[in-house]
Design a binder for this molecule. Structure first.
Ligand code: ADP
Ligand code: MG
Length: 565
């Protein structure tokens, strides 16, 4: 059988997609491979077709129990003998599967990485010939990514144990250099064929909004996609619960998914969504790795995620069938705070030294900054993402919320100088909110008590609207003119760059002529109901406000550190 025949016979497709054929050929020629392709590109076929053509068995190492089950079911239906080995099997089922494997009854076996070094598994594989080991979601081996699984680090020990070293194939949708390097080194790939297909997903339309009221903005989007499937991602379980129950109250067919639910309920809700029994999935980042649902028409991020990798992977679950789909991100300053909290709370792997833990945190902060920039940039959003992954696209896609908006350059030099001077003249540092309030001339008791009204720059921006002052302040933070400290009470200080503005430098900020803000001013009767819900009062607060309260709230709500929420 040729690879084309296998493609047609078992999968029903006439042609390979970008990258697939080269990877299949590489494996068939006995070469290690590393395939980096975006979500939905069709990575599974790249190892399933060689598995059918190679003489021995193929082991697929996968981190996800639900995914293994789905894929094995699909393969069995297509007439391929396949099985999975993971903790969802009873002891009896597991023994049966292992002995079938040892008897050569399967062509493809999916196995959880923790199982590789168990005695029964090691004994069974002594009796069979393994042609190929395919490591799916291979980024789990890297501590740079949020999906790090320590058990992935033991994969190369396992391959060393085998008398006849099989071909090793690695697949992931994460394209950053650190992760790619980790995969090559830690899996011990030998002179691998590396294929990276384009990350541009032309059918996705990217939108960023900074709505006054997220709930209204979300409802508007949901209504625009009435009758279609969508995923709504939230940062915390609490928000998932609130958004989901509001949707249901408003008559929508919604379900939810997060790490706080029982395995049983998660599985049930996921299937409701996959099989179109429920239209909207409201979830934390616990939902979605490996999910193959083709007709998701929109992915709405109710909160900004922690980095571009996560964002693109989650947003990329829209439009896997290639039809036009929307990826909407609703930003608020609070999202930055929440993500900072998660980064602070990150637990390093057991054997990593404190130095690396600090470095990883620093790296995560940097990635969060780049994500935040995405929400503030006035460049083409698609181009911004592609550049992040090291690709150069057109700087104008004509289809994202920035390409569709007209911007004007606002000269903020004077405001910035007042703000910087105010900070320079302060006897001690204050938070960004206090500084902008004082600059605006607020007479609040807090400001008077601190004597900030005696600062020569107090009230020097009284005629600038407060929201614009905060925009300028955020702009200065994001562009490294101001530095915000960590901790419960973040304070703002000047950087070297700030001094350059005082000594004559000019500074501009692009602002939308017609901001793509929350356009759903008119609330429909549907949205009006239950206005007391806290999701509906989620106003865009300032970037560094309310940190302490939020910490307490999340600390109460979360049990699963650090990132699978
Ligand atoms: P990934 O693992 O890269 O996210 P999958 O392997 O789950 O993607 O494949 C995504 C979808 O694309 C699946 O529904 C799969 O059947 C389909 N697909 C894969 N290869 C092809 C192809 N050559 N032609 C048509 N559809 C394909
Ligand atoms: Mg996959």
């Amino acid at each position: 059988m040729t690879k084309e025949e296998a493609l047609k016979k078992y999968f029903g497709y006439d042609s390979f997609r970008a990258g697939q054929e080269a990877l299949v050929d590489g494996i068939l020629q006995g070469r290690d491979v590393c395939g980096i392709m975006p979500t939905g590109a069709g990575k599974s076929l790249c190892y399933q077709i060689p598995a059918l053509l190679l003489p021995g068995i193929t082991l697929v190492i996968s981190p996800l129990i639900s995914l293994m089950k789905d894929q094995v079911t699909t393969l069995n239906q297509a007439g391929v003998h396949a099985a999975f080995l993971n903790s969802s099997l009873t002891a009896g089922q597991y023994r049966a599967a292992i002995s079938n494997m040892a008897n050569g009854q399967y062509k493809i076996v999916y196995v959880a990485p923790e199982r590789l070094h168990t005695e029964s598994f090691l004994r069974a594989i002594k009796q069979i010939h393994i042609s190929l080991i395919s490591v799916d979601e291979a980024h789990c081996i890297s501590q740079w990514g949020q999906d790090f699984r320590p058990s992935y680090l033991k994969i190369s020990d396992f391959t060393e144990l085998l008398d006849d070293r099989p071909v090793i194939a690695a697949f992931t949708a994460t394209a950053t250099k650190e992760v790619r390097d980790d995969i090559l080194v830690l899996l011990g790939l030998r002179d691998p064929l590396q294929i990276t297909t384009g990350f541009n997903r032309k059918n996705l339309r990217f939108l960023v909004q900074k709505p006054q009221n997220k709930w209204n903005a979300a409802m508007k989007m949901v209504r625009e996609h009435e009758g279609e499937c969508g995923i709504i991602y939230c940062l915390t379980r609490k928000t998932v619960e609130e958004v989901c129950s509001e949707l249901i109250k408003n008559g929508y067919s919604a379900t939810r998914y997060h790490a706080g639910l029982s395995d049983e309920e998660r599985r049930h809700n996921q299937e409701d969504f996959l099989y179109d029994r429920k239209q909207i999935m409201v979830a934390t980042n616990a939902f979605g790795m490996g999910i193959d649902k083709s007709n998701v028409r929109y992915v709405l991020h109710y909160n900004m995620p922690k980095n571009i990798e996560s964002y693109y992977q989650e947003a990329g679950r829209a439009g896997r069938d290639g039809l036009p789909s929307d990826c909407i991100l609703l930003y608020s300053g609070q999202d930055v705070v929440t993500n900072q909290f998660f980064i602070d709370k990150m637990e390093p792997a057991e054997d990593s030294d404190p130095e690396t833990a600090a470095q990883i945190r620093e790296r995560e902060r940097e990635r969060l900054r780049k994500m935040t920039f995405y929400c503030f940039t006035s460049d083409c959003l698609r181009d911004y993402i592609l550049r992040y992954f090291g690709e150069y696209g057109d700087s104008y896609c004509g289809n994202c919320s920035n390409c569709l908006t007209k911007f004007e350059e606002l000269d903020i030099t004077q405001t910035a100088r007042n703000l910087i001077s105010f900070i320079r003249e302060s006897p001690r540092p204050y938070g960004l909110v206090t500084v902008t309030d004082a600059l605006h001339g607020s007479g609040s008791s807090k400001i008077l008590r601190a004597g900030l009204n005696r600062n020569p720059y107090y009230g020097s921006c009284a005629s600038t609207p407060l929201y614009q002052l905060r925009q300028v302040a955020n702009h200065l933070v994001l562009h490294d003119y101001l530095c915000v400290s960590d901790g419960d009470y973040p304070v703002v200080t000047l950087t070297e760059a700030a001094r350059s503005i005082l000594s004559g430098g000019q500074i501009f900020m692009k602002i939308a002529q017609k901001p793509l803000q929350d356009t759903s001013e008119k609330e429909t009767s549907k949205a009006k109901k239950g206005t007391k819900s806290s999701v509906q009062g989620d106003m865009d607060r300032d970037l560094f406000e309310n940190l302490r309260l939020l910490r307490l709230e999340i600390a109460k709500a979360e049990k699963v550190p650090p990132y699978i929420i």
